[in-house]
Design a protein around this ligand. Sequence first.
Ligand code: NAD
Length: 357
Amino acid sequence: MKIAILPGDGIGKEIVAEAVKVLHALELPFEGETALVGGAAYEAHGHPLPESTLALAKQSDAILFGAVGDWKYDQLERSLRPEQAILGLRKALGLFANLRPAICHAPLVGASSLKPELIAGLDLLIIRELTGDIYFGQPRGRRIASDGHFPGSEEAFDTMRYSRPEIERIAHVAFQAARKRGKKVTSVDKANVLETFQFWKDVVTDVGREYPDVALDHMYVDNAAMQLVKAPKKFDVVVTGNMFGDILSDEAAMLTGSIGMLPSASLNASNQGLYEPSHGSAPDIAGQGIANPLATIMSAAMMLRFSLNQAEAADRIEAAVARVLEQGLRTPDIHSEGTTRVGTAEMGDAVVKALRA
Ligand code: NAD
């Protein structure tokens, strides 16, 4: 098992160090190699995704990624900004499936802005298609309108499109994930208005016939946005396109109320994946030793489950995280009265201790 370790910028270095600590504690035979990415790579090599980092990522079974970015790079031309490293990795590795679980750990039920009874026991998985849709469709641009409501005026346009194989492969990811969970897939579309999403619905329905053991339903995106806050526990696996997934995965993530707790995975067709917390590099708290490492530690658990075929080790990490939360240990972002405030390294140490207990 070869893992590319790309800590990145800001709190990235601090939280990845804790995840690596936890991986070592499992005593699995893995080889980890660290490389620069994002602003740190720009400083050293003049590019956020240097050739050497990309080569390491390609040779690895999985990538453990921290976060990239800092406001000080906002003036750089777009292609050199730290965030381009993630886009470059997604493209080079063909990472088309983004998996974001939203799990409410019982001791953190109060962190959500929703009522406890709506959120207690929440365990849903949003699967977002990551390389197609209106974000990448051509043609796109600005021009002088030749028709429409205001011919002769300046206009901008993008193209929404999906091919059958693109929809089929993300649908398979969703059905296969559902098989290992609650056996239910909700496909989110806008088939009532968009041709692209009527096609999406048709293709997902076709793929669904290959999974008679998994229930499939379809929901319009506007209704899905409402149901996610009204009755989020009704969902098991949600699968949708790039743009709807962008919005719904952030909404679902926030159901749990704590950004420092949310892992994510981006997979390609051979289950090679990039694993990262859902949050950014948090420059406002970098270097203070107070960042929550649990999203990154749980991203490492996802890595073991989805790319490295080590489901048992993944279960052990998740159980250890649940245990430290039950013990009342909290980094400042999830701290509340009556719990014990700890720093980044202390939280990592506590997970290691719980793993060994
Ligand atoms: P952010 O997610 O970095 O931070 C938002 C807020 O959440 C901040 O107050 C931060 O302190 C807090 N926070 C985030 N992670 C935390 C953690 N683990 N523990 C405790 N608190 C945490 O978002 P932002 O401030 O909008 O962006 C900062 C930088 O990160 C920008 O340069 C942005 O482009 C970049 N970014 C990178 C990624 C990525 O690497 N995938 C994702 C989002 C943003």
